[in-house]
Structure formats: structure tokens, C-alpha cells
Write a protein that binds this ligand. Sequence first.
Ligand code: GLP
Length: 241
Amino acid sequence: MNDQVFRSTAQLVTQVVDEIVAVVQQKPDATLCIAAGDTPIPVMRELARRALAGEVDLSRVRFLGLDEWVGLTPQTKGTCIETLTTHLFAPAQISPRRIHFFRTDAEDLPEEIARINDFVALHGIDYILLGIGMNGHIGFNEPGVEVTAQAHQVALAETTKRVMRKYFDQDFPLESGITLGFAQILAAKQVVLMATGAQKAAIVRKTVRTAPTNQLPATLLKLAAHPCRFYVDQAAGQELE
Ligand code: GLP
């Protein structure tokens, strides 16, 4: 895992968007997976801006969902698909046919999971942009996760349930999520983990200093097939040497 502290959040965002654009220029039908959550929103916006300005053509890109809360419709404000739709898919006019997310309001969740597993097996992931949870989770891969896991349904950790209130207008009694598994994440051609803000400083330090363990899922990214890049801004990197 190569960690890099950026002087400003804007520089970090520019770096990530430059990388995504380079991937798409090389492979117009690349599969991109961008985490929801608050951290990557500036990346989504900048990518949409460049698409609208004609600086990158996203029309053939396949967008794969990383994770989703179980039990909410995709229109609910704060879900992963709603976040990506608001900040990227709608402004950049991405065709719904190019968007491959878990439908967690579907009746048959195992069928949904199988559908996404088949998609990843067929297309792989060219670039995955991840965020880190306050407990070190990646997607909804919570502490204790198997490193060999494919997409699966997970019981949300207590920390995640506490933190999730920031995403929603209402207090939803959510208990589980669906997430891509580490087997799929670690096989991606490029893996980038980003963290911004002082609230992430402690978990960033722990992740950098700890050997791979499923008790701190972010450390499992050190096992990625292609070395994971860990991009942090100065606030998130303040406890690093
Ligand atoms: C959320 C999501 C993750 C996200 C992480 C960090 O619960 N399940 O996909 O990357 O936690 O979120 P944020 O960027 O809002 O801190």
C-alpha cells in the first residue's frame, strides 16, 4: 500500500479524476467502481464537470456499485445509488443501461448478489475508488470479513449504524448491507483508497501501521494484486510521520 499525503483536498481530487480519465481514454468501456459516502462526492462532481465540458466521454463506461444499504428504494436520499446519481450519473447523463448497482429493494437478494457477481466475473474492475469507514470498513466489509468473499449481504457493525445517520434525513432502522467482497476488490486493476478530514486521522494511522488483518478491513488492501494507493489530505494524514 503506497500512502501519499496531498497538500490540499482539491489536489487529491484532481489526481483521482486525472487517473479515472486516463483509464477511460485508454479503455472507453472500462468498469469503474466509485464508493458512495461523503468522501468521493468531490470526485463525482469533478468527473461530471469534465464529462459535460467534453473533456472525457463516459458514455461507454460501465459503472459498478460498491455497496448498498438493504431495505431502501434507490430514490431514497442518502442511499449509495442516490448519491452517485445526484453527483455524477444525472449531471453527466449516464444511461441507466451502464449502471450496475445492487437493487436492495429486490425480493430476491441472493439473485441480486449473483447478478453482480456474474457481472464482475465477466468484466472485472478497471478502477475502484474506495472510502474508509470510521471502523476501517471498506464498502460494507465490516471487521471479521473473509478476504476471499465475493459480493455478500452483511450485518452492519454498531459503528456503521451510528455513523449512517449522517446520510439520511430520517432514522431508518437499517440492519444490513450488500457489498462487493474483498476477492473482487483486491483483483481490481487499480485500487485507490481515499480519506479526507481530521475525523479520519486516527483510522488512517491505524491502517497504515497495521499488518493485514480482517479485524481492520482496510489493511486487507495491502494484499491487492496491484498495489493499492492510499491518498489522504493533510487533515486525514496528520498522524502519519
Ligand atoms: C460508508 C460506505 C462506504 C464508504 C465509507 C466511508 O458506510 N459503506 O462505502 O466508503 O462508509 O464513508 P464516508 O466517505 O462518508 O466517510
